[in-house]
Design a protein around this ligand. Structure first.
Ligand SMILES: [Zn+2]
Ligand SMILES: [Zn+2]
Length: 346
């Protein structure tokens, strides 16, 4: 290439760099671009269609520190109802990013009361209250003990509720709407409205008892959320013929390496915790075969133990399933039109 061409290319590069510096430093340009971005995000809620929609609002377990994954959360929507299953740390950001209608959130269903499934309840609750202006408390369904969790959050956030009402006005944010209401459930049908049914069943996350999984049915379509469990026949019995099963998944070989390295560097407490974790989650081996035997159409691995920090670890989860089964990523979205066999999604 001639010297003249090089000089022209260098000039173009310098001009691009100078322009990007001007853009980054200009409030006016930054605000204009921000407005364009907000207008593309804050679109009106789409007209309801008769579809069972499922969104991954959190796919991580507490083990691992991937910034790309929130902790356990699966959102399920129909034209009339919106439910979330667990609300782990970071899931509120994912619900917002997915553009889900928090103003019409009907309830949070907890699989069990471990911290990584409940930590985001206050933020989800605040978002629902602020977006809806409802006077109705958010219903939080869960196993025995859920009232202790809910009472604690209500007490801890009592001052915050007062501040919000004082600032925005009781008419805009009625104080009772900022509360959460515990609903203690047992296995069986726990929610039924407008053709949407939620059935709870027990799983095996010993010593956490009870721990539930949930099956959601709507318009001939179905999705199952395992919560935390080992691979148990009870779940596959409940998941018989389901369109989608979101299942807890643990990459045992990776945890064994983590355990060994922690021991070698003298981090004995970390080594013990990593080993303890292996006995109450589902190892990858056999999950796809169990799903196939139950006639499940797509298995989606979530609550990943550990949350994969890179492609090498992610490979263990990806190789454990056969397409169209898949490893979950945050913000994955599946659409199941009623009375069909179609699954639109990644
Ligand atoms: Zn757990
Ligand atoms: Zn968990």
């Amino acid at each position: 290439m001639s010297k003249r061409v090089w000089l022209i290319l260098l000039g173009i590069l310098m001009a691009a760099l100078a322009t990007s510096q001007v853009v980054l430093r200009s409030d006016t340009i930054a605000l204009a671009l921000t407005e364009v971005g907000l207008r593309s995000q804050m679109v009106p809620e789409p007209l309801p269609v008769e579809t069972l929609t499922v969104v991954v609002c959190g796919s991580a377990s507490p083990l691992g520190d991937s910034p790309d994954r929130a902790q356990a959360c699966i959102a399920v929507l129909t034209d009339k109802h919106f439910l979330i299953f667990d609300a782990g740390s970071g899931s509120q950001v994912r619900l917002n990013q997915a553009g889900l209608p928090l103003n019409r959130l009907d309830g949070v269903f907890l699989t069990h009361l471990h911290s990584d499934h409940i930590a985001e309840i206050p933020d989800v609750n605040l978002a629902r209250w602020a977006m809806s202006g409802t006077a109705e408390p958010l219903k939080v369904y869960g196993p025995t003990g859920v009232s202790q969790v809910v009472d604690g959050f209500n007490q801890a956030f009592g001052l915050d509720r007062g501040y919000r009402v004082a600032h925005h006005g009781e008419d805009f944010m009625p104080k009772t709407g900022g509360q959460t209401e515990a609903i203690t459930i047992a296995p069986g049908v726990v929610f039924s409205a407008a053709g949407l049914t939620v059935t709870a069943f027990t799983v095996d996350h010993h010593p956490i008892n009870p721990a539930f999984g949930y099956r959601v049915d709507y318009g001939g379509r179905s999705v199952v959320i395992s919560g935390d469990t080992v691979n148990t026949p009870r779940l596959w019995a409940a998941a018989e013929g389901a369109d989608l099963v979101f299942h807890d998944a643990l990459a045992r070989p990776v945890l064994e390496v983590m355990h060994r390295v922690a021991l070698d560097v003298g981090r004995d407490r970390a080594a013990k915790i990593v080993m303890d974790v292996t006995d109450y989650h589902a190892g990858l081996e056999g999950l796809q075969a169990s799903a196939d035997a139950a006639g499940v159409r797509r298995l989606v691995l979530y609550h990943l133990v550990p949350s994969p920090p890179n492609a090498l670890v992610a490979g263990f989860f990806k190789r454990a399933v056969v397409a169209p089964s898949i490893m979950a990523e945050d913000l994955m979205r599946f659409e199941l039109p009623r009375d069909s066999e179609e699954i639109q999604g990644p």
